[in-house]
Design a protein around this ligand. Sequence first.
Ligand code: ZN
Length: 338
Amino acid sequence: MADTAHAAPAAHTTHRTPELIFLEPVFHQKIWGGRMLESDFGYQIPDGPIGECWAISAHPAGDCKVAKGSYAGMYLSELWTQHRELFGNLSGEQFPLLVKILAADDDLSIQVHPDDVYAAEHEDGSLGKCECWYVLHAEPGATIVIGQNAHSREEFARAVDAGNWDELLNIIPVKTGDFFQIDPGCVHAIRGGTLILETQQSSDVTYRVYDYDRRQADGSLRELHLQQSLDVIDYNQQPPTNGTITAVEKNGVTRLIACDRYTVERVRVAATTDAATPTQLTAHWPFLCVSVIEGSGTVNGQVLARGDHFIVPAGIDVLSFVSTTESMELICSYPPAD
Ligand code: ZN
């Protein structure tokens, strides 16, 4: 006779089965934007020059809504506040990461971001901004600005005064599949002809050093922030010479960066995968942000297409990916545990 006193807990538990949280992107018009997010990714975007797709964001300047499932219609910021268990009960007032696609028809301003300490003091308690770029596409001959050649605040200020931008800036070639980490204090600019997946701290604090004297639709210039820039630029950094990924791919996974703000990995799911031999990831994160950047397929039986973005909440311990195209590629990111 069965010992009912020791039977497994009944299935009528009040806990929800954890589910993947798919998000609706928020699009932003930019002076350097265009229509690539529509022509390349098939997104339905507003009219005008659209430069940014905020794909996984709880930032007040672009808070994503949950697209489907139990939490459909809720903002990610609300989920973060009301259902912290989905995020491994991580501490912090703000959802820590922001994943964007940047579609640059024209050059972005030369800019620099502060670290957490400077931002907290000068930007009303905002987070600083550490960011990284995975290059989804670069036109032949495209270049990018990362780092600068001055060794002091005075030297940098003199070069800006003289307009010696070509000597001051570290301008390097960029190709599809490159990766760059941009620490706070690193002067940088994405240039025209590039499509980039950016993973960053959830911050919108940008100090513009130079904007090519270009005018907005209404004829005005965008604001520059030279003093703040001079404050936060790191004059001791070593600018990179290229963005070639040197990390080794293991079982389809390449760790692109692990810094104290985030870890970012590229996952390649080969066409040979099937339900019996999927590419598997085992949870080693509080929660995981995932963007499908190439191909299509399934995850744990759910259909995925290029341009989908979702969060894997705490409680889903294994992800099984199957590709239905030549290969499916994903960029995954997560914050450090507390
Ligand atoms: Zn930036």
